[in-house]
Design a protein around this ligand. Structure first.
Ligand SMILES: [Zn+2]
Length: 381
């Protein structure tokens, strides 16, 4: 009985917070009507939420009867979440508030000289944010960490991340001293999660292909990240597309990633062009300047990427695929060509059966990591 009562109480509290997140200002009476909770219960909850610093009064609103009713609003900076992304060159950190607004963005270049060194650098910067914003285990909802590897989500152990040289490493435990929930997940999963949260009213399923230093796939089925039985689902980058093909960073040959990562695009260009480019921005520059080799390289690249996506569609018959990561601008420009390649020689589906979109934000994984603690906080269990 006691358990049941406290669960109902918790559910009401979360329903009220969720409603307050949607509305800017609202009266107790409107909360009561919208959520079908008695005004007494609403009042009790609001008093508690005020005591916890989660809501505050905002003067008065004209109510329909002409009398003035006190409106309340969410204090959006009452809770925070930290998202972290570990990539082969950078540590990226975002501090977001309960309304999912970005409060601070930090990007630090690292030498990729071992995970322990990266952790030291990350911890120093987290410490800096904690001090700057007076974060405590009360107002910090948690820390989400994204990386390009295979992660056991439950234990927070990284099984394998060759881009950072990690094998069987307990990443979560390194941050348990913060005394807040820690979530470690794969980059493509978190990107898929973030894009799904933005469209959850219209979609049930979503596939997100993440093109960065590698190529990953995040799979959302019925609103949940599908991880597979061994946390290894979505290793689309290591599907073999040819026998004895190009060597992949995973050690095998002929992997899709060896032909479709951002790096492979740059490498392919540099192999044939006399003037080399050192990063994707420089490649983009060449493409904008109508450099013929850039155009040809991109065309060849899209053909292989299209083949990979076509294979994915054959297996899962999705209704929405999002592409995102470091080459978004190029993909946006060439989306029609890519779609043509995807549906070439495909008898079973066509472009009307699956929408292929390019994400508007390049670092969805970073915000996905920050969303994990917030969604967990808001989730009605
Ligand atoms: Zn591979």
């Amino acid at each position: 009985m006691e358990m049941n009562h406290s669960r109902i109480k918790e559910t009401n509290r979360k329903k009220i917070i969720k409603l307050l997140l949607e509305k800017n200002e609202i009266t107790k009476l409107d909360i009561s009507r919208k959520l079908d909770i008695s005004i007494t219960t609403v009042s009790t909850n609001i008093t508690e939420l005020k005591n916890d610093g989660i809501v505050e009064d905002v003067g008065s609103l004209e109510s329909t009867g002409g009398r003035k009713a006190i409106a309340i609003k969410l204090n959006e900076n009452c809770r925070y979440s930290i998202g972290v992304a570990l990539t082969p060159k950078h540590i990226k950190i975002s501090l977001v508030n309960l309304k999912k607004n970005i409060i601070e963005n930090i990007r630090i270049r690292h030498k990729n000289d071992g995970i322990e060194n990266i952790i030291v650098l990350l911890s120093e910067n987290i410490e800096m944010i904690i001090n700057k914003y007076n974060l405590t285990s009360e107002n910090l909802l948690g820390l989400g960490i994204s990386l390009q590897g295979t992660v056991d989500f439950k234990t927070g152990r990284v099984k394998y991340c060759y881009l950072l040289g990690i094998k069987d490493f307990g990443l979560k435990e390194k941050f348990e001293y913060l005394n807040v929930p820690i979530y470690v997940d794969n980059e493509a999963n978190l990107s898929a999660y973030y894009e799904f949260l933005n469209r959850k009213d219209e979609l049930k399923n979503l596939l997100y292909i993440s093109i960065t230093d590698g190529l990953g796939l995040g799979i959302i089925i019925n609103g949940k990240i599908y991880r597979g039985d061994n946390n290894s689902s979505g290793e689309m980058g290591h599907i073999k597309i040819t026998i004895n093909g190009k060597k992949c960073k995973c050690g095998a040959r002929g992997c899709l990633e060896a032909y479709t990562s951002m790096n492979s695009l740059i490498e392919n260009y540099n192999e044939v062009s006399c003037c080399k480019v050192s990063d994707i921005d420089e490649f983009e520059e060449k493409y904008i300047q109508k450099d013929e080799i850039a155009e040809k390289t991109l065309n060849k690249y899209l053909k292989i990427l299209g083949l990979g996506i076509s294979n994915l569609i054959m297996i899962l018959d999705p209704n929405t695929i999002m592409l995102g990561g470091d080459i978004n601008n190029l993909l946006k420009d060439k989306i029609d060509m890519l779609i043509k390649y995807i549906y070439k020689d495909n008898l079973f589906t066509d472009e009307n059966s699956c929408a292929i979109n390019v994400a508007s934000f390049k670092e969805s994984y970073l915000l996905g990591a920050a969303m994990m603690p917030i969604e967990e906080f808001l989730e009605i269990k």
